[in-house]
Design a protein around this ligand. Structure first.
Ligand code: PRP
Length: 180
């Protein structure tokens, strides 16, 4: 499988340091609030699991699933909600949306507005990886692990055709793997 990658872009060690740094910031900022981590399936699950373990404040978790991509590498530019959040007390929740990666920005800008409109007390966003050069809509996340160049990356939750999600690091997929 290592043969499919041209480079390891973020090592396990760097991921661990990054998650701890983000968890410290979030723990500080959400002290005394009612933090709900909202993971966006499926890519966020690995980061979400690591992040929640490192928080030093009480936390609840929830999940939503949306689709913004078809299979493969091309963005359709459209967001559908496949699994919605169901909470009666959204007005008491400080929601932090957790993503593995931001690309066009469409998913997070849509979801942040959706959750505010639905009545959440506060909505912020958190992503392990950010590709700012790919933005199609203006969007700045509140917490960012690492900004990366416009390469096709997999691992640490990110897939190509559902493969590679369980890798403990982030790697650049060779062009020949997704263009064959
Ligand atoms: C990825 C990622 C974000 C979205 C980001 O999910 O997890 O949800 O794309 O792209 P955007 O900024 O262009 O909207 P994907 O649709 O690949 O689903 P998955 O998490 O189930 O792999």
């Amino acid at each position: 499988m290592q043969n499919d990658f041209s480079q390891i872009l973020v090592t396990e060690e760097e991921i661990d340091k990054t998650v701890r740094r983000m968890a410290d910031e979030i723990s500080r900022d959400y002290e005394g609030k009612n933090l709900v981590l909202l993971g966006i399936l499926k890519g966020s699950v690995v980061f979400m699991g690591d992040l929640m373990k490192r928080l030093s404040i009480p936390v609840q978790i929830d999940f939503m699933k949306v689709s913004s991509y078809g299979t493969g590498t091309v963005s359709s530019g459209h967001v559908d909600i496949i699994l919605d959040i169901r909470r009666k007390n959204l007005a008491d929740c400080d929601i932090l949306i957790v993503e593995d990666i931001i690309d066009s920005g469409r998913t997070l800008s849509y979801l942040a507005k959706y959750l505010r409109d639905k009545g959440a007390r506060s909505v912020k966003t958190c992503t392990m990886l950010d590709k700012p050069s790919r933005r199609e809509v203006e969007f700045v996340p509140d917490y960012v692990g690492k900004q990366i160049p416009d390469e096709f990356v997999v691992g640490y939750g990110l897939d190509y055709d559902e493969k590679y999600r369980a890798l403990p690091y982030v790697a650049i997929l060779k062009r020949e793997v997704y263009e064959k």
